[in-house]
Every structure is written in structure tokens, then in C-alpha cells.
Unconditional design. Structure first.
Length: 255
């Protein structure tokens, strides 16, 4: 056999980053090795370390967009189970178990979706909230639970388009949470957001704009500009500005 009978090329190159190595698949071409051996296909898998290789493309791999970072089916089922257990533990004030469940959720989301993903940010906030609950006295925990109930009542009224009544529940929530949390906390900012949305529908645009501006600033700073709550709050602000006839400012907010 001469070298002319043996032709090799790289027909496909596949780079995987998941396991910390790159897999490069080499397929050889047809070759004749003389008497009766006929065709032979060689497949060589090279495991290349994280260092550069002449076979690896010069361009670095493109990071997966954040919105495409989903949990696997197994992880999603596990997080769903842990979330139910977390809610049950919180409802019975079993804060030791609640802390464990919240940390397990955070570990899964951090590993699968990354530190900056909004689901990981929310899981990190849940861990901090459980820690905060553990530090509060009985009256503070009672006030917090009352704020959760008032917020839920406000949501139901808002969905029924009873905006004045809904605003009353959100203002009650804000009064309770302002005693427990700093003004910059996302759970306080969410109260201003909901109050501002109600005020928009009531036609009180100036007060609504002030509330929504404040809420959007605090949510964006605490959660990041790509968190759904940050984006939705800005959308509420843009809608308020549009209703108030401030079209240029509304376009800026929508963008």
C-alpha cells in the first residue's frame, strides 16, 4: 500500500464544553490495504484538554443565551418536589428544613443555569429570605405572613380589575414590609410596582409614574436588568407614560 491509497480528512468536528474537555471526531477516508481487506473506516476520538489545539477552531464557543438555559427533565422534577417541600416547611415554620430545601434548589439551579440566571437569582433570594425569617421574632414573622396574605388578596382583586381595592391591599402589604425590610429590598419594590400599576388604571399618572420609576430602579439594581420582574416593571412604567401622553418617554421605557 502506498500513501496515495490512504487518504484521511476531518469530516466533522464537534466541540463539547459540558464536561470540561473537547471531543474532536476524525473520520478517515477509504483506503486499500491490498489483498481482500477492502474498505476500512477509522474513527478516532481525541479528548483534548482545555488548552488550545491546532484542530480546534480559532473562534471561542458562543455562550448559550440565558433564556435557553433550561433544567433537564430530572432536575426540573427535583426542583418541583423541593419547592413543594419548601412551601410546606415555611407554612409550618420548620425553618431548618426550609433552609435545606432552599439551598438544594439553589445548588441545582446554579449548576444547571448559572449564577446570573434569573431563576438562580430567585433561588438565592429564597435562601436569604429563610435566613431572614430565622432571625426574626414571633411578631415579625406574623407581620410577614400577614403581608404575604395581603399581597395575594391584592393580586386577586387586580385580576378582577378592582384596582382601588387592590391598591388598598398592596398598600397594607407595603406598610407591613416597610417595618421589616429596607426600602431597596425587591419585596418592597414589588409593592410600589403593584401600587403604581393600580394608580395607572385609576388615571393617577403622576403618582403612578413616581412609584413605578422607584420600583424599576430598585428591582433592576437588586435583580439585574434581565430578570422578568425588572422587565415587567419597566413595561408597566412605559404603559403609564403612554397613558399619560408622554410618548417619547414611553418608547424609551419600552426599549
Amino acid at each position: 500500500m502506498t500513501r496515495a491509497h490512504f487518504k484521511t480528512w476531518i469530516s466533522r468536528r464537534c466541540v463539547r464544553q459540558n464536561a470540561g474537555f473537547s471531543a474532536i471526531v476524525l473520520h478517515s477516508g477509504e483506503g486499500s490495504y491490498g489483498c481482500g481487506i477492502g474498505r476500512m473506516i477509522f474513527c478516532l476520538v481525541l479528548l483534548v484538554g482545555s488548552g488550545r489545539s491546532s484542530l480546534v477552531a480559532d473562534d471561542p464557543p458562543i455562550p448559550m443565551p440565558m433564556y435557553q438555559r433550561h433544567l433537564s427533565d430530572t432536575d426540573a422534577l427535583r426542583v418541583e418536589q423541593l419547592t413543594r417541600q419548601l412551601q410546606q416547611a415555611l407554612s409550618t415554620e420548620n425553618l431548618g428544613d426550609a433552609n435545606r430545601f432552599a439551598n438544594d434548589i439553589l445548588t441545582i439551579r446554579t449548576w444547571s443555569q448559572g449564577q446570573g440566571h434569573w431563576s438562580t437569582i430567585d433561588a438565592r433570594a429564597d435562601v436569604a429570605n429563610v435566613r431572614q425569617l430565622k432571625s426574626w421574632n414571633r411578631q415579625q414573622r406574623t407581620d410577614w405572613q400577614a403581608s404575604v396574605q395581603a399581597y395575594a388578596a391584592g393580586d386577586k382583586l387586580y385580576l378582577r380589575q378592582e384596582f382601588t381595592a387592590a391598591r388598598g391591599e398592596f398598600e397594607k402589604t407595603l406598610a407591613l414590609r416597610s417595618k421589616l425590610l429596607p426600602e431597596t429590598h425587591p419585596d418592597v419594590a414589588r409593592c410600589h410596582w403593584q401600587i403604581g400599576s393600580c394608580l395607572t388604571w385609576e388615571g393617577k399618572f403622576a403618582e403612578a409614574e413616581s412609584r413605578l420609576n422607584s420600583a424599576a430602579a430598585h428591582l433592576t439594581k437588586a435583580l439585574g436588568e434581565f430578570h422578568p420582574d425588572s422587565a415587567l416593571c419597566l413595561s408597566s412604567l412605559a404603559f403609564c407614560l403612554q397613558r399619560a401622553g408622554k410618548l417619547a418617554a414611553a418608547v424609551d421605557a419600552y426599549e
